[in-house]
Design a protein around this ligand. Sequence first.
Ligand SMILES: NC(=O)c1ccc[n+]([C@@H]2O[C@H](COP(=O)([O-])OP(=O)(O)OC[C@H]3O[C@@H](n4cnc5c(N)ncnc54)[C@H](OP(=O)(O)O)[C@@H]3O)[C@@H](O)[C@H]2O)c1
Length: 367
Amino acid sequence: MNGSARRRPVRVAVIGLGTVGRRIAAAVSRQSDMELAGIGIRRETPFSFLARRAGASIFSTGAHAAAGPVWELEGAQGGLGDLLGRSDVVADVRQAGLGATLLDEYRSAGIPVVFQGGERAADVELTFSSFVNYELASGKNVVRLTSCNTTGLARLLSTLHREYGVTRADAVLVRCSTDPDKANHGMINGALVTLGESHHGPDLRAIFPGLELSTTSIAVPMSQRHVQALTVQLRTPTHAREIEQLLCRTPRIVTIDRSSANTTNGVAEQFAYDAADSLRTFGDAPELLVWSASIRYEDGVLRLCTAVDMQSITVPETIDCIRRMFSPDLSRSECVRATDAALGLWRNGTSYAQIGLPAVSGAGALT
Ligand SMILES: NC(=O)c1ccc[n+]([C@@H]2O[C@H](COP(=O)([O-])OP(=O)(O)OC[C@H]3O[C@@H](n4cnc5c(N)ncnc54)[C@H](OP(=O)(O)O)[C@@H]3O)[C@@H](O)[C@H]2O)c1
């Protein structure tokens, strides 16, 4: 991995063109300092067809591909080795838990890999959050992003901590049981309670020094956006209005106000609104959404409700992570701003001067 003197774009291979993978491929294509080296698929889907039509190079990286070049997929330009041979980094976006199965191939090719949150912490050198430990991605070879809900919590709690000091947070996560594009799993009735603490608490505590956080998760028959209800104890006294203003100017957090043109407070309605209103790819809304009217503050305790577009929220952080791996001198602010500008996330009043926790220094990688 070269430093800031690097001139040519970073060549990114995306392996897996599912819910998150196709969004990462599209996001990479929009960065001026990155290039989509190719996309690894194991079968044709409408999305591989669209990717071809957009000019992407397709490689056959199914399980059989390890045996040598594979040409079963019509028009494929080769197998896994061919794709790795023309790439600087891999975004492995296969189903949760598959990541470790190709680690040896990535290591032999000498290529760093960025996984999503479905991979085990034990298989990676770093769990990455732009808001919490951006600096630590430099020099790492195997990194995973935080999961979708954890990414939202990391943005919010690190911002509150920086400003007021968070002494404790409790979050109830109401989760979609499937994605809009997945017909083969999900529940149709009831509520599935995660017994004990959900993985979000331990995941975030592991990278966020000293954070006292407990999470409870309930999956429900819903396919659009997770909803989070949070209770946060703050050290420095404040007001609901001040908190709202802080969140308003924070990158990747949007507040919605019932008095504005957008009056919705339902998740399905909001999703439909964003999709209709947005000129973004897939109608995505990668920002953490906060309902302004849900913000209540009394005697040091903040309560609020948020929503997470699980399909897209980790995409900007994935781009930050790749950029930081190859630009060790690039500050968090510069990197996040560059990603947001390319993805159309920047908006009036957003401040990039300070993002999340103060910069982490040294090699104290936390996973
Ligand atoms: N979906 C979410 O809401 C969400 C949110 C945040 C994080 N994540 C994380 O993101 C990761 C991906 O999740 P996802 O929901 O995007 O999964 P997904 O929709 O199931 O997509 C995974 C894709 O990988 C493909 N694949 C599997 N093995 C492959 C191989 N050897 N070569 C090429 N393609 C291969 C699959 O192909 P087939 O179609 O043939 O199976 C599928 O298209 C997981 O770590 C997950 O935990 C997901």
